[in-house]
Design a protein around this ligand. Structure first.
Ligand code: FES
Ligand code: FES
Length: 157
């Protein structure tokens, strides 16, 4: 089947099997491998994308269900020149990642939070990433990264 959708502001289209998940479609048909495959059953959050602005697990949807919709992947959080966006830079500066496997999903959940709450408390941040699992960091530096990004965005970075 042909699936047409908007990804990171661009119209994209590709043929895929009806059984293909949105996660596999993004990675294999569109080459957007920033969205990571973890558990493949909705638990870890590594595959999170923004779907019509809301965080969604791409492993739990079929690609055909996304036809006509708008998706933002971690690649879409970069600046227009492809350099790291404010959130991505904050994760780097505050040591918000170790192996990096959870990071795309963390960044998407953080972006969803900042889109609706530009001044989140540490508690707000912990709540926003509570469905994203990280096996490395202990979460403290991830929370600090998101708080730093929020502060920088308010300063006009
Ligand atoms: S890969 Fe989708 S939630 Fe784990
Ligand atoms: S940085 Fe390794 S899983 Fe989070």
């Amino acid at each position: 089947m042909k699936v047409s959708l908007t990804v990171n502001g661009r119209a994209r289209e590709a043929e895929t099997e009806p059984r293909t998940t949105l996660l596999d479609y993004l990675r294999d048909a569109l080459g957007l491998t920033g969205t990571h495959m973890g558990c493949e059953h909705g638990v870890c959050g590594a595959c999170s994308v923004l779907f019509d602005g809301a965080p969604m697990r791409a492993c739990l949807m079929f690609a055909v269900q996304a036809d006509g919709h708008e998706v933002v992947t971690v690649e879409g959080l970069c600046k227009p020149d492809g350099s790291p966006g404010v959130l991505q830079e904050a994760f780097q500066d505050e040591h918000g990642l170790q192996c990096g496997y959870c990071t795309p999903g963390m960044l998407i959940s953080a972006q969803a939070l900042l889109n609706t709450n530009p001044s989140p408390s540490r508690e707000d941040i912990r709540e926003a990433i509570s469905a994203n699992l990280c096996r490395c960091t202990g979460y403290v530096q991830i929370v600090e990264s998101i708080a730093t990004a929020a502060q920088r965005l308010k300063e006009g970075w």
